[in-house]
Design a protein around this ligand. Structure first.
Ligand code: 8DG
Length: 130
């Protein structure tokens, strides 16, 4: 199981998703903890790397944990996304390994990894995106 942290942010009834170079599916932004890091430290570092914005540590609130088949990995390898809400100052920009940023809603299901799709469905259920 691949254990990752992810940032969930909704604006104008869409959520932020990222696509890395060489990949076709969109993911929730985030990544793995490095040794000794808290969830908060790891997520802030990953979001700074991927999107060039600083998450405010005080704003981080646990959202939900999702588990699904990991994109591009052998069948049965799962990714766990421990998702947090959080606020940033500044505008997210595709950086480092990220080729593209997109604000998605349920018209974009086919562009999402299975894990990102679970997040999408949950945001729809909660009435936050269309
Ligand atoms: N952050 C994130 N990762 C996701 C999502 N959906 C999804 O399948 N993943 C998967 C993609 C990879 O199979 C898996 C692990 O990410 P990773 O960064 O370790 O994988 P990778 O193969 O790109 O990295 P690497 O081994 O080249 O370092 O997480 C998602 O929504 N957000």
């Amino acid at each position: 199981m691949i254990d990752k942290l992810a940032w969930v942010v909704v604006q104008n009834r869409r959520f932020l998703a990222t696509r890395s170079y060489g990949k076709s599916q969109f993911y929730l932004p985030g990544g793995k903890r490095e040794s000794g890091e808290t969830d908060q430290q790891a997520l802030i570092r990953e979001i700074q790397e991927e999107l060039s914005v600083s998450l405010n540590p005080e704003s981080l609130i646990p959202a939900k944990v999702f588990r699904a088949q990991a994109d591009g990995k052998p069948l049965g390898v799962e990714v766990q996304l421990t998702c947090y809400w959080g606020e940033t100052t500044g505008t997210a920009l595709a950086s480092a390994e990220i080729e593209e940023l997109a604000w998605l809603n349920s018209q974009d299901k086919s562009r999402c990894s299975v894990a990102a799709l679970k997040v999408l469905d949950w945001l729809v259920q909660r009435g936050l995106i269309d």
